[in-house]
Design a protein around this ligand. Structure first.
Ligand code: C2E
Ligand code: MG
Ligand code: MG
Ligand code: MG
Length: 285
């Protein structure tokens, strides 16, 4: 178990003494238990308004500390959740937890802190659950308004049934939530198609942002996406900003919001609230 702790990804996926199906099965069993016992957490990564430098909101990211294996990345457990159907209870939990956090931070704050929280919604979750009802329950359960939540979708949600997906987005918009297209650039869809959907924000994938300064083609793509998005009335978020230089270029290209280690890593609930308060204090100084 000690060894497994140090090299969990290797242990989980490399062919070893136990075959992959069995590993996956036990991970699924453990994940089911973790969801039931409330052992997952949300961490919150700040989203910064590039023009004003103020905080705009946070992205909620699921975290799982396995009792034996230690920290397991969502890159590893979200696919397990999707294949097993556990994404339905996990997704509902994330929505409720994020909505409760908004209400909680609102009640703790002495001054008004206008921020939103973004929650990731898997394409599988959209197919398998009544997500409109799930979002509505989360909002009403926490006593917040829908405009405080942003739902991050991926392009894969539109592959099988674009019209069905569009109807779901329209019903989410009817709850007043904001909709963001996550990891833009990694899928197949184009802006002309997205324009037919009620998408408010395009999130440009980290793979374009990280290499922008060293790869002229990537910078050209980012620059084109930013101007088209703005022409189509969509806001833009760049993910994976790791340096001031990249932040400056994006700002000059008119990107609305920035996210990345340069500003902050995903933070625990308490640390994120402190970040929010500190950023408000700094902006009113
Ligand atoms: P994502 O939605 O694209 O989230 C952004 C990911 O980029 C996060 O990884 C975040 O920690 C990472 N990131 C942010 N800034 C930087 C940076 O400057 N440099 C680098 N190297 N990475 C950065 P994380 O937390 O490991 O999550 C990975 C993916 O797992 C997410 O990608 C999302 O697709 C999925 N995920 C996480 N939580 C949930 C959830 O609650 N529900 C669903 N359906 N998916 C989730
Ligand atoms: Mg996301
Ligand atoms: Mg993303
Ligand atoms: Mg991404």
């Amino acid at each position: 178990l000690k060894r497994a702790k140090r090299s969990k990804r290797f242990e989980l996926y490399a062919p070893g003494a136990v075959d992959n199906a069995q590993r996956r099965f036990s991970l699924e069993t453990d994940l089911r238990r973790a969801i039931q016992r409330g052992e997952l957490e949300l961490h919150y990564q700040p989203l910064m308004d590039l023009e004003t430098g103020a905080i705009n909101g946070f992205e909620a990211l699921a975290r799982w500390e396995h009792p034996d294996l230690g920290f397991i990345s969502p890159v590893d457990f979200i696919p397990v959740a999707e294949e097993s159907g556990l994404i339905v209870p996990l997704g509902r939990w994330a929505l409720q937890e994020a909505a409760r956090t908004i209400a909680d931070w609102d009640s703790r704050a002495e001054h008004e802190l206008p921020f939103k929280i973004s929650v990731n919604m898997s394409a599988v979750q959209m197919l398998r659950d009544d997500v409109t009802e799930a979002v509505s329950q989360a909002i009403h359960g926490a006593g917040i308004t829908g405009d405080r939540l942003t739902i991050e979708l991926t392009e894969s949600a539109f592959v099988d049934d674009p019209d069905g997906a569009k109807r779901i987005l329209e019903s989410l918009k009817a709850l007043d939530t904001n909709l963001a297209m996550d990891d833009f650039g990694t899928g197949y869809s184009n802006l002309a198609y997205l324009q037919k959907l009620p998408i408010d924000v395009l999130k440009i994938d980290r793979s374009f942002i990280a290499e922008m300064l060293t790869d002229r083609d990537k910078q050209a793509i980012v620059s084109t996406v930013l101007s088209l998005a703005s022409a189509l009335g969509m806001k833009t978020t760049a993910e994976g900003i790791e340096s001031e230089a990249i932040s400056d270029v994006l700002k000059s290209l008119g990107c609305s919001v920035g996210q990345g280690y340069y500003y902050a890593k995903p933070l625990t609930n308490d640390a994120a609230y402190s970040f929010l308060e500190a950023s408000r204090a700094a902006s009113t100084r």
